[in-house]
Design a binder for this molecule. Structure first.
Ligand code: C5P
Length: 400
């Protein structure tokens, strides 16, 4: 009963995937949610209001101007009733209406009138999904507080193959449940490092590594969605800052160290996800080095270990590190957990080309003093949500 007593308003628009909504309602109610359904006119061509009324146990609404429905539960009342508003399937037409704030039927009006979080499950022909207008609308909606439940790829009702299938009812239900656990990290301050660092050799050259920052940014997004106040200290990356995350941009390891030490004072959890350069040139020469010699020797000095320095603070936060290894992953990770005095370490095998650095996917094994857990290969966004749940569970368990 993970959605116990939550009021979920389900908006159904006119796509073929609407036939799956009675099953969706059953899955939501099985988790304890109170579900009310609003249909658009075209949705009624794909699914019957009567079936949705039967499975939800509540009258189905479809008309903004119906005096009888307004007398029972008016549209403003319905908008206030909802804790969450899930629109599944959301057609290209409805997405366009939502983007521009139209209110010409009950569902679009409710979207404007509600304070509830809106979840959108787009479903349409793959070409309509890829269309510039739809994608531009999605980018606008992403910048609002709307949660996008990305369409899956596969064979479509029209015979096309590609992205645009509505996620299955179970996945949609899990997405609402996942968001629900957000309360766990409410009012907690989390500092995360992400990306590579850049160590200057001269005014035009530097050394760095292949870290894209994707995992750290995904963690920041997941933590913010779980209600945490997040500070993201990032090396140079090409990524947008997740909503409601405070981002501090740095270049070198030393700058990252300083920014982190400034930020961790009141923090509850620190996650070192950055690929920090272990060494930097002893000195940054002020003029561009000329190619006068056949050989060039640079001398490096060790950078501070940000993670270890946070873990050794007097009132250290719950400290989580990453271990990117190419062999003996478990042994090296456990050794690092102990040596750096960490609460948890997330290890990944960077010798695999399908996951890790620069990839959109990753797989992790987590270790803590008396336990371990493997998280299977998944999209970094999904993996970040799982990892944040694990961190949160261990953090709470470790509290006196
Ligand atoms: O020792 P190693 O570099 O393998 O440790 C990796 C972990 O330590 C990562 O969590 C990384 O963010 C952190 N680290 C750090 N500062 C360094 C080197 C690594 O915070 N100078």
């Amino acid at each position: 009963m993970r959605l116990n007593q939550q009021n979920i308003l389900l908006g159904v628009t006119g796509g073929i995937a609407a036939y799956k909504t009675p099953d969706l309602v059953r899955k939501l109610t099985a988790e304890g949610a109170n579900v009310r359904v609003v249909l658009t006119d075209s949705a009624k061509e794909f699914v019957s209001p009567l079936s949705l009324q039967a499975v939800s146990g509540n009258p189905v609404s479809d008309d903004l101007l119906d005096p009888a429905a307004e007398a029972a539960m008016g549209h403003i009342e319905l908008a206030k009733w909802a804790d969450k508003l899930l629109i599944a399937p959301a057609t290209a037409n409805f997405i366009a209406k939502l983007t521009h704030g139209l209110a010409d039927d009950l569902l679009s009006t409710l979207c404007l009138a509600t304070e509830a979080k809106i979840y959108l499950a787009p479903a349409m022909n793959q070409q309509m999904w890829k269309a510039a207008a739809t994608q531009a609308n999605m980018r606008i909606l992403e910048k609002r507080e709307i949660s996008i439940l990305e369409p899956a790829s596969g064979e479509q009702a029209c015979g096309d193959i590609g992205p645009g299938r509505m996620p299955e009812p179970l996945e949609l239900t899990e997405a609402l449940v996942d968001d629900n656990s957000s309360l766990e990290l409410k009012n907690k301050h989390i500092v995360i490092t992400a990306g590579p660092t850049r160590e200057s050799i001269d005014p035009v050259r530097y050394i760095t590594n292949h870290s894209s920052g994707k995992m750290g940014f995904a963690l920041a997004k997941a933590a913010a969605n779980m209600g945490a106040q997040v500070t993201l200290v990032s090396g140079p990356v090409n990524l947008n800052t997740p909503d409601a995350v405070k981002r501090i941009d740095v270049e070198s390891a030393q700058q990252m160290h300083d920014a982190v030490m400034n930020a961790v004072g009141d923090c509850d959890i620190f996650i070192g996800c950055a690929a920090v350069a272990d060494y930097r040139p002893v000195q940054m020469v002020t003029q561009k080095i000329k190619k006068n010699n056949e050989e060039l020797t640079l001398t490096f000095t060790k950078n501070p270990d940000i993670l270890a320095d946070v873990a050794r603070r007097q009132q250290a936060p719950f400290t989580v590190g990453f271990a990117a290894e190419t062999q003996d992953v478990s042994r090296y990770a456990k050794e690092k957990l102990a040596r750096k005095n960490l609460d948890m370490i997330a290890a990944n095998d960077v010798s695999r080309s399908d996951i890790g650095f620069n990839s959109d996917q990753n797989a992790l094994t987590l270790f803590w003093s008396d336990g371990e857990k493997s998280l299977d290969v998944a999209d970094k966004g999904k993996l970040a949500v799982q990892l944040m749940h694990e961190i949160s569970a261990r953090f709470i368990a470790g509290k006196p």
